[in-house]
Design a protein around this ligand. Structure first.
Ligand code: PGA
Length: 254
């Protein structure tokens, strides 16, 4: 089992000052908690501030996105070369980027491959929309997406996959632990087909979508769920610290 991972995706929230304050508060709140990797993903312009605030703690910094080129005429974009040294993780293919910026599996794959080449750990997000689930197509949608996002990636090292059903993101309506486990198990099987059992077992598979301190215990207790990608609740220090603590407690007792 990989070490559980809790990543906070702050999305387009916090000023630079607020981000520094929030990160410092998280650092204090989770000090002494072990057996879990904690990653904070603030907006790009706050990454240096957050890195400074968590210095000396095991908390890692992540980016919410990146371009697949190191430099060039890409107005408004941030490159992997710019992220090197500033963070260890990068979220790619979040559903909000797929929805608002038309990111395809092919583009997500380019970003994931480039992240790996650059020594960054991509958190690859996949998940079905409500209509697809209502039609019973969630497994085929996620299988296609995982295959597309992992195209040409031949090592499981440094990979993280997050199952994030789009209908559960920001809605307060989390997937049930059974639904989340079923999809995480599917992702694990797909990883096993590609990397073998040992390889697949080393990849943290996260669940994301309305995770909070009330539902995380049941989610983290599932055999194929290795942590969470947390949006809204990651902006609340107490909630986020509880999520971290509960995850490590559940995982160390299972
Ligand atoms: P949420 O967001 O926790 O606010 O649902 C999760 C995500 O978008 O990663």
């Amino acid at each position: 089992m990989p070490i559980p991972l809790i990543a906070g995706n702050w999305k387009m929230n916090t000023t630079v000052r607020e981000a520094g304050i929030l990160a410092a508060a998280v650092k204090d709140a989770v000090a002494g908690v072990s057996g879990v990797d904690v990653v904070l993903c603030p907006p790009f312009i706050s990454m240096a501030e957050v890195a400074k605030a968590v210095e000396g703690s095991p908390i890692q910094v992540g980016a919410q996105n990146m371009h697949y080129e190191d430099k060039g005429a890409f107005t408004g974009e941030v490159s992997p070369a710019m992220l090197q040294g500033l963070c260890r993780y990068v979220i790619v293919g979040h559903s909000e980027r797929r929805r608002d910026f038309a990111e395809s599996d092919e583009l997500v794959n380019r970003k994931a491959r480039k992240a790996l080449e650059s020594g960054l750990k991509p958190i690859i997000c996949v998940g079905e929309v409500l209509e697809e689930r209502q039609q019973g197509r969630e497994e085929s949608v996620v299988s296609t997406s995982v295959a597309g996002c992992l195209e040409g990636i031949d090592s499981p090292e440094n990979l993280v996959v997050a199952y994030e059903p789009v209908w559960a993101i920001g809605t307060g309506l989390s997937a049930t632990s059974d639904q989340a486990q079923a999809m995480a198990a599917l992702i694990r099987r797909l990883l096993t087909d590609r990397f073998g059992q040992g390889g697949a077992a080393s990849v943290p598979v996260l669940y994301g979508g309305s995770v909070n301190s009330d539902n995380v215990a049941e989610l983290a207790a599932q055999p194929d769920i290795d942590g969470a990608l947390v949006g809204g609740a990651s902006l609340n220090v107490d909630q986020f610290a509880d999520i971290v603590r509960i995850t490590t407690r559940v995982r160390t007792s299972s």
